[in-house]
Design a protein around this ligand. Sequence first.
Ligand SMILES: [Zn+2]
Length: 361
Amino acid sequence: MIQLEGTITALSPLHLGSGRSKGTFIPTLPYIPGRTLRGMAGYYLFKNDRELFNDIGIDEENDISKMGIIFKNSYPVNNDKRSVFSPSSVEWCKKCGNLLKKGETECDAIVDGMPCLNEGKKFSGLMDFDSHVNKKLSTISGHFISIETKCPITRNGHTSMPENSALSPYHVESIGSGAKFRFRLLVKDEFADRIKEAFDRAGIFYGIGGFRSRGYGNVKFEFKESHDVEALIEKRAGVLSGAGSKLLVANSDMVIREGDYSIVGFDEHFLEYAQSTLESLGKNGIIKYSEPVEAKVSEGTARGWSLKQKNSLSEIIRCIGAGSCVRISGDGEAMAVLETFGIGEMINCGYGDVYFTGDAV
Ligand SMILES: [Zn+2]
């Protein structure tokens, strides 16, 4: 497979529904879910290239060996820097943003010649990846969020509707045009050129997200890099190898199930899923929990979208939330493979994305 990377630029406001409205307020997600891109590509291919739609395995959600394409979530880009979910186990100084060392309750940064000494607090959400490198929290800024009120119009005029009417005013939150996101998708080599072409066209002609008939959702895809996945894994394995444990951070919601039961936590089922990802890709490495097990888990919600059922919502699953983390040891190559592909179910829709950091957090 090859990994295609690039940027998505909003050409009009974007509304990325979470499926959850609050009364008449309809919030947007701050990122573009992989399932949204899959829906766009699936719809485009179904209409315009049925052969590729059938061949690429876009419907396959559980068996990696049958997936010809894997869509990842696209997170905001700030000055060309990528963003990731902050691990929920760490605390950042509430005054200066400095990363608090493990076990410390006061910030030891020197600010204007004096120790800062402020308390730490957790941050959940997207941050610049460089926050890990610089040990200082830097959050996403620059994306303009706005709220637009829509009043449905009837043929009979503009009188206000009763409060509970389906035609009462509603308020759409959106991300402003000009916003940029980094995308990453994995695709079988032989399909790469046709997929690029499909994305170019679908972004303009179909768009993404909600309220497209009202002018939202037009995007431009720019493909900037293309890498052989095996070469990427080898390079990243070199970085992740070596002594010491790593913090595994869920970089999107993650679905781990036993039968129909979804598990919100890190137990043996999580390791089994990780192992099955490795095995279905023909890799031998392993990962295991560092002892004693250190984990922080939050709850997220995954949404299954069935392309077979006209891209409609097919199920809602409580799951391991983005930002959940656990300390891991194992082979660098195994970690690199899991970072590339993900862990759990529906990894082709952006779920189960993980990254590893070796920082002393
Ligand atoms: Zn501080």
